[in-house]
Design a protein around this ligand. Structure first.
Ligand code: BGC
Length: 756
C-alpha cells in the first residue's frame, strides 16, 4: 500500500476514526480504501488473546496459550539467544492467531524490589535490559509481527501508576531509564512503543512531545507508531500534537470527534493527524502484507522449549558442601505447595491461560525415594502446625530435603506494589523447622522479585527459580539433579533488607509526586558505591563446575573517544562437568568531575565450555561504554582520563582488571563570570595565564613576595590559605585588593578568559 497516497484520499472523519481502537484489542477498518482492522494482544511472555470480553487486568478468559519464562527469569539467563527464541515462539503464535502486534517486551528499570510488576521487567541495569529486550524484539519481529516495547518511560512503580509524576533529572533519565528503550528502538527497530501511564516531571507521557517526538523519533530514529498504555490518554488533542499515534482501547469515538473538532476549529494541525495515521498504517500494513495465518503454532514443542529455557534461567545461589546436584539414589523429601502447584507467572495483563503446567512433582512423582509434603497453605500466611509436622517428619526420614517456597500471587502483581520483602510467615517457619530436622536442606524459590532471607544460614542450598513459565517444574528437576548445569546470574541485587534499597526513603513519593532522589545510583550502582553488605550482588550465580579467567588484553593502552577498544579474555572450565558461564565486563571511571558509579556493566557474553576447554571472549567498547550524560552538552561525554576495564564474576568481584586512557574529542563549553570560583578556574590554562600575574603580584591579600609576621604564619599556613582561596569567587580579588583592581578590570579579564 502506498501509505501517503492512501492517507491523502481519506476524509478527516476517516482519519480520525483510525486514531483509536474499535474495541479493546482491534483497530478500525476503512473498507472503502481496503484498510483492514488488525488485532493486538498482550504479552510479553506468551499470548493473552481474548476472543471476547476484553480487559487489561487478566480477569476475563483468553485462549489457551504457552507461558514462556517471564522477563524476571529470562533476564537471569544473561542470554541474548534465549530471549530471541522467546520472541520467535511468540511471533509464530501471533502469526497463527492473526495478531499484528504483541504488547511487550516490558523493560522498565527495577528501581525498587517493591514494584509489583518487576516480574515482568528485566533488570536494575539498563544495559542488560536493553540487550535482552532487543534480542526478544528481533526474534519476534523476524516473524513479521510487531513488538510494543513498554512502558515508555519511568514507569517503575505500580501504586498510583496512572497519576504519579516521576520527577527525574535529565542525566538519570538518559543513563538509567532511557537506554533500554533506546537500544530496542535503534537496534531492535521496534515497530511500536507503548507510552506509560505516569507523568514525567509533570507531563503525561501520552502528551509529551519531548519524549515522543524529540527523543524517540528525532534522536533515536523511531519509525513505528506510539500506542497509549490502555487508558493512558488524558487529553487526546494534546496527545495527537505530541505524537501519540494510537489510543487504546476504544474511546467509543468521543476522542476521535474531539480531534476532528480541534482540526476544524484550527486548534490542531491536520498534518499532525496525518502523521499519526501514516505511522499506524505503515506498521499495520507491514503485518497485513506479510500475514501467514498458516504458520504452525506447535504448543507441545513450545512447552518443551519453555522448560528448556527456564532451566537456563535458574540461579544457583548457595551450594554448601556440594549438596547439589541431588543423586538419583538419594532419598529426597520434596516439600512445599509450589512443588505441586507452581507459581510461574504474575497477575495482571500478562496473565496467560496455559494449555499445560508442569510442576516439580509432575516430574518426580514416579522417582523412587522421593516423597512429598505440602508444608504450607497458599491462601493463609499463618503457619499450619499439622502441615509443618508432616513436612518435618518427611525431611527427617530423607537424606535431603528440598523446599519449594516463594511468593504467592497476591504478594506481587500488576496494579499495586509490595509493602515488604518477606515470604509468607508460614514458609519462613517451615524452612527453619525443616532445616532443624535435616541439615541437608535446599530451598528453591519461585518469585518475581527479591525477598529477604533471614533463614539463609540454616540451609545448605538455594536456587532462585524466578517465575519461569509453565514448564518450571521440568526446569527445576533438571537443575536439582544436574541434568542441566545451572548457569543463571542475578539480574538484580538481593539486598539484606528493604531499608537498604536505594530509594527506600523516597519510593512512591508523596501523593502524586515521586522524586527519584537516588539519581543514577540504582541497583548495584548504589550498593557498590556505598560498599554495603548485600545478600547476593548483581551478576552473581554459581555452577556445578568451576571457571578460571586469564589473559585479559586491551587492543590499545590509550584511545580517543571516537575509537573502539577491543577487549579479550580467556575463560577455562576447570571443573569436571560441562557448563555455561556469563563473562561480565564492567567499566569504571578512575577520576571524574561528576558523581559516577564504581563500575557499570558494559558487556557480557554467555559461553559453553566442556571440562578443560578454554575459549577467548572478545568485547568491543565504543564511546558509550565510557560516557556519562552531560547536561551542558545535552549529549554523551567522556572526560579525558583513565578508565578501569574489569572482568567480574558479579558486580562485587573483580577477577581481572586493566586500565585504558581515553582522550575526549569534545570540549564542554564553560562560561566564567566574576562569581566563578578559583577551584573551577585552576585547570583552565587561559585563566591561569590571565590571572597569574595579579595573583603573583600579591594584589590579593598579600602575594608570594609579601613578608608575613610569624604570628600570621602560625595562624594560617600556606596550604590553608591556598585551600581557602580555592573556594573564593573571582570578585573577591577586587574586593580585597584595596582598590588596586577595579571591578571593570576584573570583568575585562573574565571576558578574555571566555574568549578561548
Ligand atoms: C498494562 C499494559 C498492557 C495493557 C493491555 C495495561 O494495564 O499496563 O502493559 O499491555 O494494559 O492489557
Amino acid at each position: 500500500m502506498d501509505i501517503k497516497k492512501t492517507v491523502a484520499q481519506m476524509t478527516l472523519e476517516e482519519k480520525c476514526s483510525l486514531l483509536s481502537g474499535a474495541d479493546f484489542w482491534r483497530t478500525r477498518p476503512v473498507e472503502r480504501l481496503n484498510i483492514p482492522a488488525v488485532m493486538v494482544s498482550d504479552g510479553p511472555h506468551g499470548l493473552r488473546k481474548q476472543a471476547e470480553g476484553g480487559d487489561h487486568l487478566g480477569i476475563n478468559d483468553s485462549i489457551e496459550a504457552v507461558c514462556l519464562p517471564t522477563a524476571s527469569a529470562a533476564a537471569a539467563s544473561f542470554d541474548r539467544d534465549l530471549c530471541r527464541q522467546i520472541g520467535e515462539a511468540i511471533g509464530d503464535a501471533c502469526q497463527h492467531e492473526k495478531l499484528a502486534v504483541n504488547l511487550g517486551p516490558a523493560i522498565n528499570i527495577k528501581r525498587s524490589p517493591l514494584c509489583g510488576r518487576n516480574f515482568e521487567y528485566y533488570s536494575e541495569d539498563p544495559y542488560l535490559a536493553g540487550e535482552l529486550a532487543t534480542a526478544h524484539t528481533k526474534g519476534l519481529q523476524s516473524r513479521n509481527v510487531g513488538v510494543s516495547v513498554k512502558h515508555f518511560a519511568a514507569n517503575s512503580q505500580e501504586n498510583r501508576r496512572m497519576s504519579t509524576s516521576a520527577e527525574v533529572d535529565e542525566r538519570t533519565l538518559r543513563e538509567i531509564y532511557f537506554p533500554a528503550f533506546e537500544k530496542v528502538v535503534r537496534e531492535g527497530k521496534a515497530w511500536t512503543v507503548m507510552c506509560s501511564y505516569n507523568r514525567i516531571n509533570g507531563v503525561y507521557s501520552s502528551e509529551n512531545p519531548w519524549l515522543l517526538k524529540k527523543v524517540l523519533r528525532d534522536e533515536w530514529g523511531f519509525d513505528g507508531y506510539v500506542v497509549s498504555d490502555w487508558g493512558a490518554v488524558n487529553d487526546r488533542v494534546k496527545a495527537v500534537a505530541a505524537g501519540l499515534d494510537l489510543e487504546m482501547p476504544s474511546s467509543g469515538g468521543s476522542n476521535d470527534r474531539r480531534v476532528m473538532e480541534a482540526v476544524r476549529a484550527g486548534l490542531l494541525d491536520e498534518k499532525d493527524v496525518d502523521a499519526c495515521v501514516e505511522n499506524i498504517l505503515r506498521i499495520h500494513m507491514r503485518y497485513v502484507e506479510n500475514a501467514k495465518p498458516e504458520t504452525v503454532w506447535d504448543k507441545e514443542s513450545q512447552h518443551e522449549l519453555a522448560g528448556r529455557l527456564a532451566s537456563e534461567c535458574m540461579v544457583l545461589l548457595k551450594n554448601e558442601d556440594g549438596i547439589l546436584p541431588l543423586k538419583q539414589e538419594e532419598k529426597v523429601a520434596v516439600i512445599g505447595r509450589f512443588a505441586a502447584v507452581p507459581r510461574f507467572q504474575g497477575g495482571g495483563s500478562s496473565h496467560i491461560n496455559c494449555f499445560r503446567i508442569t510442576s516439580l512433582m509432575d516430574e518426580l512423582k514416579d522417582q523412587p525415594g522421593v516423597s512429598y509434603a505440602q508444608g504450607y497453605d497458599i491462601a493463609d500466611e499463618k503457619p499450619d502446625e499439622a502441615l509443618i509436622a508432616e513436612a518435618v517428619k518427611a525431611a527427617a526420614a530423607a537424606d535431603k530435603a528440598v523446599i519449594v517456597a516463594g511468593l504467592p500471587d497476591s504478594f506481587e502483581s500488576e496494579g499495586y506494589d509490595r509493602t515488604h520483602l518477606r515470604i509468607p510467615a508460614c514458609q519462613t517457619e517451615l524452612i527453619c523447622r525443616v532445616a532443624e530436622a535435616n541439615p541437608n536442606t535446599v530451598v528453591v524459590l519461585y518469585n518475581g522479585s527479591p525477598v529477604e532471607m533471614p533463614w539463609l544460614d540454616k540451609v545448605k542450598g538455594l536456587i532462585e527459580g524466578y517465575l519461569g513459565g509453565q514448564a518450571i517444574g521440568t526446569a527445576t528437576a533438571n537443575v536439582l539433579y544436574g541434568r542441566v548445569n545451572p548457569c543463571g546470574k542475578l539480574p538484580e541485587t538481593f539486598a539484606v533488607k528493604l531499608e537498604d534499597t536505594p530509594c527506600f526513603l523516597s519510593y512512591e513519593g508523596e501523593g502524586d509526586t515521586g522524586v527519584y532522589n537516588e539519581g543514577v545510583f540504582v541497583g548495584y550502582r548504589y550498593y557498590d558505591k556505598k560498599k554495603m553488605n548485600v545478600l547476593f550482588p548483581f551478576g552473581y550465580g554459581l555452577s556445578y563446575t568451576k571457571f578460571a579467567y586469564g589473559g585479559l588484553k586491551l587492543s590499545a593502552p590509550a584511545i580517543m573517544d571516537t575509537d573502539r577498544l577491543t577487549v579479550s579474555v580467556d575463560v577455562t572450565n576447570t571443573g569436571s562437568v560441562k557448563g555455561k558461564e556469563v563473562v561480565q565486563l564492567y567499566v569504571g571511571d578512575v577520576q571524574s568531575t561528576v558523581f559516577r558509579p564504581v563500575r557499570e556493566l558494559k558487556g557480557f557474553e554467555k559461553i559453553e565450555l566442556m571440562p578443560g576447554e578454554t575459549k577467548t571472549v572478545t568485547f568491543e567498547l565504543d564511546k558509550r561504554a565510557f560516557a556519562y550524560w552531560n547536561t551542558t552538552l545535552h549529549d554523551w561525554h567522556v572526560e579525558t582520563g583513565d578508565f578501569r576495564i574489569e572482568i567480574c564474576s558479579d558486580s562485587r568481584t573483580v577477577l581481572l582488571s586493566e586500565t585504558v586512557r581515553v582522550e575526549s574529542t569534545v570540549n564542554v563549553p564553560v562560561k566564567y563570570t566574576v562569581n566563578s570560583i578559583f577551584a573551577d578556574l585552576m585547570g583552565n590554562r587561559k585563566a591561569m595565564e590571565v590571572l597569574g600575574p595579579i595573583l603573583k603580584n600579591g594584589i590579593f591579600g598579600g602575594g608570594e613576595d609579601k613578608k608575613e609576621s610569624d604570628t600570621a604564619k602560625e595562624a594560617i599556613s600556606d596550604e590553608m590559605s591556598k585551600a581557602m582561596l580555592m573556594y573564593m569567587p573571582l570578585r573577591a580579588i577586587a574586593s580585597f585588593s584595596g582598590g588596586q583592581l577595579t571591578y571593570e578590570a576584573l570583568q575585562a579579564m573574565v571576558d578574555r578568559i571566555n574568549e578561548q
